[in-house]
Design a protein around this ligand. Structure first.
Ligand SMILES: Cc1cc2nc3c(=O)[nH]c(=O)nc-3n(C[C@H](O)[C@H](O)[C@H](O)COP(=O)(O)O)c2cc1C
Length: 219
């Protein structure tokens, strides 16, 4: 084989390996999302007196499960944000990586989310949930902060993630929330571990009870 043939053969192998990796990731994500959907159902009652809201974006269901758990514990109103660009599957995953990467140099470029705004004035505490993408809270939760105000409210950002969060992004997120009127800010996170060695959903909820709610969580 000539060096050109070697080069082409190795390039083809690299592309194939990348494709196989992406395929495996999307397969695991879809399976997780299916398994998590029915866990810890929670429907907030409209007209409830609760002064706490939980607003979240989740692509593969882990942050959604955390959000339902938090909302249940706090008897809070629960709101889900949809971002059609990032649906489960290869196209959604590729777009998620592309947009999360683009935000580093162009933070003003934000995805479409539904709903864009939520009437938050009845609440004194707003929990904002998101997965971490490329070390930062995912673009949809940044979009939500950009389109809403948090005047006089306590805001709690909560993240589920596999391995690493960039503290600089959390500092920027806090600055953004404070600039949108918040009175105070906290950050909560749950480390799920890398794929194939992750916490089970039950372990994740236990970690949330222990680490986010401390003594209150214990019977
Ligand atoms: C595009 C993309 C980028 C990610 N980047 C990171 C990262 O930088 N650090 C990390 O710990 N986890 C990262 N993850 C893993 C997710 O944060 C983690 O699996 C999260 O719990 C998924 O939440 P969800 O099921 O609510 O979507 C990434 C996931 C995706 C899809």
């Amino acid at each position: 084989m000539t060096s050109t043939h070697w080069f082409l053969a190795i390039s083809a192998l690299v592309v194939l390996a990348a494709f196989a990796y992406l395929y495996a990731v999307t397969w695991i994500e879809s399976r997780q999302a299916q398994q998590l959907e029915s866990k810890q159902p929670y429907a907030s009652t409209t007209g409830s007196e609760s002064r706490k809201a939980v607003v979240y974006f989740s692509r593969s269901g882990n942050t959604a499960l955390a959000a339902r758990h938090v909302a249940k514990r706090l008897d809070a109103q629960l709101f889900s944000l949809e971002a059609p660009d990032y649906e489960l599957g290869m196209a959604g995953l590729a777009k998620a990586v592309k947009d999360a990467n683009a935000r580093r140099s162009q933070p003003e470029v934000l995805p479409d989310i539904t709903p864009r705004t939520i009437e938050l004035t009845p609440f004194d505490t707003v929990w904002l949930g998101s997965p971490v993408w490329l070390y930062s809270p995912a673009p949809p939760i940044w979009a939500f902060v950009e389109h809403n105000r948090f005047d006089g409210q306590h805001v709690v950002l909560f993240n589920t993630f596999n391995s690493h969060i960039g503290e600089d992004y959390i500092a920027k997120f806090k600055a953004k929330v404070m600039a949108r009127g918040a009175k105070s800010f906290e950050h909560r996170h749950v480390l799920r571990g890398r794929m194939t060695q992750q916490l089970t959903p039950e372990q994740m909820l236990q970690a949330i009870d222990d680490e986010w709610f401390g003594e209150q969580a214990r019977p």
